[in-house]
Design a protein around this ligand. Structure first.
Ligand SMILES: Nc1nc2c(ncn2[C@@H]2O[C@H](COP(=O)(O)OP(=O)(O)OP(=O)(O)O)[C@@H](O)[C@H]2O)c(=O)[nH]1
Length: 428
């Protein structure tokens, strides 16, 4: 092949035991005209996957498989991985690279390696493929079996499985819904709904024992601008935001084709609000809505509600304005049974005026409020049959006046610091 041509790389991710190794073996034994190099990463000292792949496929004999036996592909091993892929590119004895990320790796950082490091000049990302264990996914998000919501890696480290499953789906170009034999048609329909809500444009193929079409898997599937469900819900709401000032019903509850607004009626103590709750389109049988208030939440109340969301919520994410820590832009993230808040930098509205002006010039899309600037509580909820009214009411109970004199409670203020609101038993 032309040595200057970029080599396509497919990053394969998925939770432990989802069927990545099985799929790789299928890939290698059905490679056809493809000359595939596989880079297998496994946490822990024994590189089981690489051995299995090497054992089971003649195609790997002669160095087709490069083993990385220590550490996680996305963190400690970043340097080694970079060196390994650059060396592989120099050898150029293949026309497609497949990297299997460890079961607890985030696929995003692995793919970024091929965009930002020395490897970028030699590779093009062809696709981020996430293998999903349909049974496990159904249990975690559709049936809700709390026993199975912690991911344990071979080095004994644990973290909430739901976070990983969600992140792996949210960054995928293709989801291989494996172990189709272990779920019913109804369960598959539910799982597909959830996956499509998390990642609206993703391709989904159902497989048993990783039997995916090899040409399709290796084709150019990557779309770096593909929408993530929660962000799409927010943007959808922003597009329609103009509607909130055109409430012609006069009762504070305007309706448009796929939007439902709540403005506080006079006298409820929140007249200052510039608030709206709106639905994203109910395209996938799963609903999402955005809760927005131009006011802070009481820290204890926010923790109580956001750390204890109903099981119907699969994914929630957004910005939090916390009373008592009014300068800090917090982000909130929930995936199934785990939820946490991260302290970000300051709100733009708290910066010196010239910095605000510069920022706003560079980000004309920012939703700026005359009085509060970018300060807001803005949360997207995605799930099935969420009792929206109850959730909105529960949150509204903890809305305070901007500037309310309360302590910030357990909320950390150093940028990057996390506060765990909920986690499955045994996590972290
Ligand atoms: N019933 C069923 N079992 C499957 C299927 N695909 C894989 N398995 C089994 O699931 C187990 C895990 O599969 P692997 O391919 O090792 O999964 P993996 O994602 O590579 O696992 P890790 O390397 O631990 O992350 C194995 O026992 C497979 O035989 C499937 O479609 N249906």
């Amino acid at each position: 092949m032309n040595p200057r041509e970029a080599i396509p790389v497919t990053v394969l991710g998925g939770s432990l035991g989802a069927g990545k190794t099985t799929l790789l073996n299928h890939l290698l034994t059905n490679a056809g005209d493809h000359d595939i190099a596989v880079l297998v990463n496994d946490m822990g000292s024994v590189n089981v996957d690489a051995e299995l792949v090497a054992e089971e496929s003649e195609l790997t004999v002669g160095g087709g498989v490069t083993e990385l036996s220590n550490g996680c592909i996305c963190c400690e091993l970043q340097d080694d991985l970079e060196t390994a892929v650059v060396r592989l590119a120099q050898e150029r004895s293949f026309d497609h690279l497949v990297v299997e990320a460890s079961g607890v790796s985030r696929p995003g950082p692995v793919a970024r390696l091929f965009v930002t490091s020395r490897a970028a000049a030699r590779y093009d990302v062809a696709g981020l493929v996430t293998v999903v264990d349909a049974r496990l996914f159904a249990d975690t998000f559709v049936g809700g079996d709390p026993e199975r919501t912690v991911a344990e890696d071979s080095d004994g480290s644990v973290e909430p499985l739901s976070d990983l499953l969600v992140e792996q789906v949210e960054s995928a170009d293709l989801v291989v819904l494996n172990k189709r034999d272990l779920v019913s048609d109804d369960e598959v329909a539910d799982v597909r709904d959830v996956i499509s809500a998390l990642r609206p444009s993703v391709d989904i193929v159902e497989t048993t024992h990783g039997g995916v079409d090899v040409d399709f898997l290796l084709s150019d599937l990557h779309d770096p601008d593909a929408p993530v469900g929660w962000r799409a819900a927010l943007e959808h709401e922003d597009e329609d935001a103009g509607a909130e000032t055109h409430d012609e019903s006069g009762d504070g509850h305007g309706h448009s084709s796929h939007e439902h607004e709540h403005s506080h009626a006079e006298g409820d103590g929140h007249e200052h609000d510039h608030s709206v709750v709106s639905h994203a389109e109910e395209t996938y049988g799963i609903t999402s809505f955005v809760y927005r208030r131009r006011a802070p939440l009481d820290p204890e109340g926010a923790s109580a509600v956001l750390g204890n969301l109903p099981d119907s919520v699969v994914r929630a994410k957004g910005s939090l304005w916390v009373a008592g820590a009014d300068d800090v832009h917090y982000t909130y993230s929930q995936a199934g049974p785990s939820a946490y808040v991260t302290a970000g930098g300051p709100w733009i509205a708290t910066l010196p005026e010239f910095e605000q002006d510069t920022y706003r010039r560079n980000h004309p899309e920012i939703d700026w409020h005359d009085e509060y600037g970018d300060k807001r509580t803005e949360l997207v909820f995605i799930g099935h049959d969420i009792d929206e009214a109850a959730l909105v009411e529960a949150l509204d109970e903890h809305v305070l006046e901007p500037g309310a004199d309360v302590a910030n409670g357990t909320y950390p203020v150093e940028p990057g610091a996390e506060l765990t609101l909920a986690e499955p038993e045994g996590a972290r």
